[in-house]
Design a protein around this ligand. Structure first.
Ligand SMILES: [Zn+2]
Length: 419
């Protein structure tokens, strides 16, 4: 970020000054590294359509600037990888009833986490935005910096954001009433003095899984998060696909049964009404089996309880039907399932794959793969980190070990879940 006036390490900047396309070429190499992860210089030349000599010179500059490094493989070859030293970024996750945040300092190689419970009453008069600001400021203080020193802050909202206004979508304000009419990114950016990006939580989780997880290396990637509710995100050519109104990827409201149960979005028979935690618990209750959480259902199924196994198998079948319809339109190469249903593995995937089979999806999309997500409930925060890094002009080809959260986080009231 610093301007180099002395010219001792500014080879790239100096040549950019007398070559109009140098900057564009650097951007192409950065883009290729973001899209494809660590790459050989030959592969970079191929992907960017630049000469080996140009790529070689750009890589040299990026290494001098500390943006890229060489990773030796098998003793002879080495790959170029992005190494973010773009300072520190913060990712915040705004859930209906909780706040989480993490500061990742790529200069120091450290991660700091914070969490707080939210009550609706805290939100009056824009109070939830105030709590987000407090959390970012306190993380920055713990890292010994000012909020304005941050390279970027991403806020992931547990609601879709309307692209035109930057506010929570009107029908989703039922979920986050404290954010009604708050222009999320702008409000926080004005207060923090650092670049702020607001995004839907599932879109961020999708970006994280594409960058560092199950979707890595795919060009078109669909991610669906299934825990309490259902959220989805689409990554096309390495970018979050938001669509015209910012609502692309909201697979949870794909209608499976036009006369099915009423959904909070006002429609009937949405995927959400079949596979959300509440719907699954409700379906199970008909068997006289009243469990308190989706985790408990998964545990029951693992112990062999036939009713628990049945409701998870059916949830998988509903997911498979939704995926088959979606995939016939957008043809993703990878579909990943995150959240508690993704972690349930075959208990859900057996049903999912049987639906895919019935709907002949493999006929139209033979290469499609269905995978459990791998980043667990850290995906939204890591997606926030990935977005802030990309928006600030850098990226990280590999997720450093220190950037993974290692401590146990309580995600439901009946068991601690570590991932
Ligand atoms: Zn709906």
């Amino acid at each position: 970020m610093e301007q180099n006036d002395g010219g001792t390490t500014g080879a790239g900047r100096a040549s950019r000054a007398h070559s109009g396309t140098r900057h564009q070429n650097v951007q192409r190499v950065l883009e290729a590294l973001r899209l494809s992860g660590p790459s050989s210089q030959a592969a970079l030349a191929r992907r960017t359509d630049l000469s080996r000599a140009t790529v070689n010179s750009i890589v040299k500059t990026l290494r001098e600037q500390g943006v890229a490094k060489l990773m030796p493989v098998n003793g002879r070859e080495s790959l170029v990888a992005l190494v973010s030293n773009q300072g520190a970024v913060v990712a915040v996750q705004v859930n209906v009833d909780s706040l989480r945040a993490a500061l990742l300092d790529f200069g120091a190689g450290t991660r700091l986490d914070a969490a707080a419970a939210l009550r609706v009453s805290d939100g009056e008069g824009g109070g939830h935005a105030g709590l987000v600001l407090d959390m970012v400021r306190s993380l920055a203080a713990r890292a010994g910096m000012q909020p304005s020193d941050l390279a970027g802050v991403t806020v992931g909202m547990q609601a879709p954001l309307a692209r035109a206004t930057g506010t929570v979508t009107s029908w989703a304000r039922l979920q986050l009433p404290a954010w009604k009419d708050v222009v999320v990114a702008e409000t926080l950016q004005d207060a923090l003095g650092a670049p702020v990006f607001a995004e839907n939580d599932a879109n961020l989780a999708a970006l994280a899984e594409w960058t560092w997880g199950a979707g890595r290396g795919s060009t078109d990637f669909l991610y669906v998060m299934c825990s309490a509710g259902v959220g989805g995100g689409l990554i096309i050519d390495g970018r979050i696909h938001r669509g015209g109104d910012g609502l692309a990827g909201e697979i949870g409201h794909l209608v499976l049964e036009p006369s099915g149960p009423v959904c909070f979005c006002g429609s009937r028979g949405c995927l959400t009404t079949f596979v959300s935690e509440r719907s699954i618990l409700h379906a199970l209750a008909a068997s006289g089996n009243s469990l308190g959480s989706l985790h408990a259902v998964v545990d029951g199924a693992r112990r062999g309880d036939p009713a628990c196994r049945r409701v998870l198998f059916e949830a998988g079948r509903h997911l498979g039907r939704a995926f088959a319809s979606t995939a016939k339109v957008m043809a993703p190469s990878v579909v990943a399932v995150g959240g508690i249903l993704g972690e349930a593995g075959p208990l859900v995937f057996d049903g999912l794959l049987s639906s895919v089979e019935v709907q002949s999806l493999k006929m139209v999309s033979p290469g499609i793969r269905f995978l459990p997500a791998v980043l667990g409930d850290d995906a939204t925060l890591l997606g926030g980190v990935a977005l802030a890094l990309t928006e600030s002009g850098g990226g990280a080809s590999a997720l450093p070990e220190w950037a993974r959260r290692t401590h146990t986080v309580r995600v439901s009231n009946d068991r601690a879940h570590n991932r």
